[in-house]
Write a protein that binds this ligand. Structure first.
Ligand SMILES: [Zn+2]
Length: 349
């Protein structure tokens, strides 16, 4: 949606000044550029083509329709969302921006906190719930079309690893700029340097590869999803340096080595998907090709999850098991992590 509040914080991506409302969108009073809003979000992408584009723009990643509706948070996404809530302590009155919001599902999951949300992404693969309930805009994370200090909390999930070192610096500096003094940013990403525990994840993934080759599960989409990782952060010292350069201090960090998580998500879930896709193809409901069958199976699974039936509770139980990854080795430094960055007061020269 495009609320009056969004129009007060939105800025022209070129001139960086406030926009004038012009239903269904807005117009820049200086360069006179008109920003479309007819689709339920404001298109504030800069005119110039980006030198750097992520494969998330790729339609092939979205053919399975997983972005179209929001299912309840489960498995890894439940763990990430619980950490987000614990780290950011969302409360009524909070003004939050989701940088790289994707479908916008994390905003939907946290609507019950009473905070207000603005989602920013470079491509418009928004879920219908997000279009109805959250402010949304298209924009470049390295040059946010948003006012200074307009928010008190920011989060960015599974985004930083897709950026180059320069884009990461620009993005963090922009996140800092749109935060008010005392504001906080929550990130979930990973560094290149892994700890010894990563061996556990590697072994599980090797097993997943083997099962993929045997045709017992399909890792195609997951591979595509990770194929454009640039992994700009070397290690956790590098994280502290990069954060400091953008005006943040790393206030709190929990490491996340998903050994059980990899087993549940990359093996059990993929096998269940494959099984359901086969079944719907046999029943003639999934269409002729394998992609359509997987799409149908995933839609079917989402409907079942929403009905809170057996599949929902089985997945909830698997999610509980995955929590062991946080409880058992959350203190041991490894690649992936959750962190809270605090905006430092500006030092006057
Ligand atoms: Zn302008």
């Amino acid at each position: 949606m495009i609320s009056p509040a969004l129009l007060t914080v939105a800025r022209c991506p070129e001139c960086r000044i406030a926009l004038a409302p012009q239903p269904p969108g807005a117009v820049c009073p200086t360069c006179r550029r008109v920003f479309d809003g007819s689709r339920g979000y404001l298109d504030l992408r800069p005119i110039e083509a980006f030198a750097e584009q992520t494969k998330y723009l790729d339609k092939s990643l979205h053919v399975d329709a997983r972005h179209e509706t929001v299912a309840p948070p489960l498995l890894g996404s439940k763990i990430r969302n619980d950490q987000l809530r614990a780290f950011l302590e969302l409360a009524p009155g909070d003004r939050v921006v989701d940088l790289g919001c994707g479908s916008g599902r994390a905003m939907i999951w946290n609507r019950d906190t009473g905070a207000s949300f603005t989602g920013v992404d470079i491509s418009a693969f928004f879920a219908s719930e997000s279009l109805d309930q959250c402010d949304l805009l298209l924009g470049d994370l390295r040059r946010l079309p948003l006012a200074d200090a307009a928010f008190n909390k920011v989060w960015s999930l599974d985004v930083l690893e897709h950026l180059s070192p320069q884009a990461l610096r620009d993005m963090l500096a922009e996140a800092n700029r749109v935060l008010a003094d005392g504001g906080a940013m929550f990130v979930y990403t990973h560094v290149r340097k892994n700890g010894p525990l990563a061996l556990g994840v590697r072994l599980v993934n090797r097993l997943a590869d083997l099962l993929h080759r045997l045709g017992l599960l399909d890792l195609g989409t997951e591979r595509l999803r990770k194929s454009d990782h640039l992994n700009p952060i070397a290690d956790h010292d590098d994280l502290r340096r990069v954060a400091a350069a953008a005006g943040f201090e790393v206030e709190r960090i929990t490491y996340y080595t998903p050994i059980i998580g990899a087993f549940v998500e990359n093996i059990l879930t993929r096998m269940a998907e494959q099984f359901m896709a086969r079944r719907s193809r046999t029943a003639g409901t999934g269409g002729a090709d394998a992609g359509a069958a997987v799409r149908a199976a995933r839609k079917d699974a989402k409907t079942r999850l929403r009905k809170r039936g057996l599949i929902y509770w089985a997945t909830r139980a698997a999610t509980g098991l995955m929590y062991l990854d946080v409880w058992l080795w959350g203190r041991f430094s490894s690649g992936p992590f959750f962190a809270r960055l605090r905006k430092l007061p500006r030092t006057t020269p």
